[in-house]
Design a protein around this ligand. Structure first.
Ligand code: HAM
Length: 445
């Protein structure tokens, strides 16, 4: 049998419900923050990622899915969302938009040829944001707050925010010199990748997963000692904004991130759960004030982050957090025989169009197994339609919770269901007959 490619997975059943719920929750949070939805192609010209993400990053040098299309053009499945959004920002001249900042959010699959393991896939989904047009540290704080608030809304408590500043070009250049001088004495102890990084991008040595635990890594010069006054000021303001809105964080000097485009603030949100290892990084991002320019647009600052959907679901499961997913349907329709099927189908469709969640029997089950099926589907009501019902235009309807049975004229079915579902949804207390002239807190008020 042909199987799914390594590092990919199928979404169905309960997992599918979780995915849809999380998408919806993120979308509604984005509305509150006034971000606009953006969707860019899943493949882009290879060159975009070389210029955007960076030649020396693992993502571009080892992990991209590259292919030649039938017109011999070099294409790449996007390994991340930022480069594509920046390309779109430039190509659609969003920078001429007088209502800066331009705040965008996205959701979709990303592709990296990584070694698959728990929480690491070759096709994975990111939700993310990119905000353009301001270098104000307030926007860095806003972006960090989105990540933190999303996890908060979900009830995730064990998360930790790590932040750092990579400074501006001047800070980075001074720091680069310091790292070159330092690692020169230790080159023989570094892995082969790091030896290459030494020549191309020494900052990335600090991000090495192989050499991570070596003493020389811990004793390496710290970027904080090389930040310019402007970069220090920017970082202090970001921290101030976070402090004042009660968002706690840890400053981590060794946080450099695996993509080349960052300037000033970088951050990662990590699950603080034992045993989650490298996959505990739930989301990550930072500021990229030169990326728009590097990809060919006018100099425009930007900041953003992305979160991994799979790791989020893993961590929700590990924390035993149940999502508020509605299960069950309003009504299950049982046609008693072939003659009434078409009538039952019509009733079912009309109820669906009136806003009810309705399922019917397509399997010609007998009455007993149809009732079992209604239980399996967690149906509130069961409608039985026989020849007498069809001839006289009524439905026999059974409340699966109270076990009451009624015979209802089809013309009143919508009203009947509306009223019953409202009554039973009402949570305001025993005395209420739910005439709905007061705000009892149930979902209909
Ligand atoms: P990133 O750190 O490469 O950043 O990825 C962000 C998140 O995507 C990670 O924290 C992780 O949750 C998830 N992720 C990454 N790789 C995988 C994988 N192989 N399997 C499952 N999940 C994964 C970026 O992609 C940047 N574009 C973020 C950003 C946006 N920076 C500024 N704006």
């Amino acid at each position: 049998m042909i199987q799914k490619p390594k590092g990919t997975y199928d979404v169905f059943g309960d997992y599918g419900k979780k995915v849809l719920y999380l998408e919806m929750l993120f979308q509604s949070l984005m509305e509150k923050y006034n971000y606009e939805f953006i969707r860019t192609p899943i493949f882009e010209a290879t060159d975009l990622f070389h210029r955007g993400v960076g030649e020396t990053t693992d993502i571009v040098s080892k992990e991209t899915y590259d292919f030649l299309d039938r017109g011999e053009r070099k294409m790449t499945l996007r390994p991340e969302g930022t480069a594509g959004v920046v390309r779109s920002f430039i190509e659609n001249k969003m920078y001429t938009n007088s209502s800066m900042p331009v705040k965008t959010w996205y959701y979709g699959p990303m592709f990296r040829y990584e070694r698959p393991q728990a929480g690491r896939y070759r096709e994975f989904y990111q939700m993310g944001v990119e905000a353009f047009g301001t270098s104000d540290p307030l926007m860095d704080a806003e972006v960090i707050s989105i990540a933190v608030n999303f996890y908060k809304l979900l009830g995730l408590k064990d998360v930790k925010v790590r932040i750092n500043s990579l400074g501006d070009s001047e800070s980075r250049s001074n720091y680069r010199d310091a790292l070159l001088a330092y690692f020169k004495q230790h080159l023989d102890k570094l892995c082969s990748d790091c030896k290459e990084r030494y020549n191309k991008n020494p900052l990335r040595i600090l991000d090495c997963k192989v050499d991570h635990d070596l003493d020389i890594m811990h004793n390496a010069p710290k970027i904080s000692d090389y930040l310019s006054n402007e970069a220090i000021d920017h970082f202090e303001k970001v921290k101030d904004y976070l402090d004042n809105s009660g968002i706690s964080y840890i400053v981590d000097d060794n946080l450099v991130r695996g993509l080349d485009y960052y300037t000033n603030t970088v951050f990662e949100v990590e699950a603080d759960i034992p045993g989650f290892g490298a996959n505990s990084v739930l989301s990550a991002g930072g500021r990229y004030d030169h990326l728009v320019e590097n990809i060919g647009g006018p100099s425009t600052p930007g900041v953003g982050f992305a979160l991994g959907m799979e790791r989020l679901i893993n961590v929700l499961e590990a924390s035993s957090i149940n999502l508020n997913i509605e299960n069950g349907i309003d009504l299950y329709v049982i046609p008693m025989n072939d003659i009434v099927k078409s009538y039952a189908f019509d009733v079912t469709n009309k109820l669906r169009m009136s806003g009810f969640k309705v399922e019917m029997d397509y399997m010609n089950r007998n009455l007993k197994s149809n009732f079992k099926q209604a239980d399996r589907l967690n149906s509130h009501f069961v409608a039985i339609i026989g020849e007498d019902e069809m001839a006289n235009d009524y439905i026999t309807i059974k409340n699966n919770i109270t076990k009451e049975e009624d015979k209802i004229d089809t013309a009143y079915l919508v009203n009947y269901l509306d009223e019953k579902l409202l009554q039973e949804d009402c949570t305001c207390g025993d005395d209420c007959d739910c005439n709905h002239d007061h705000d009892c807190g149930c979902e209909h008020h």
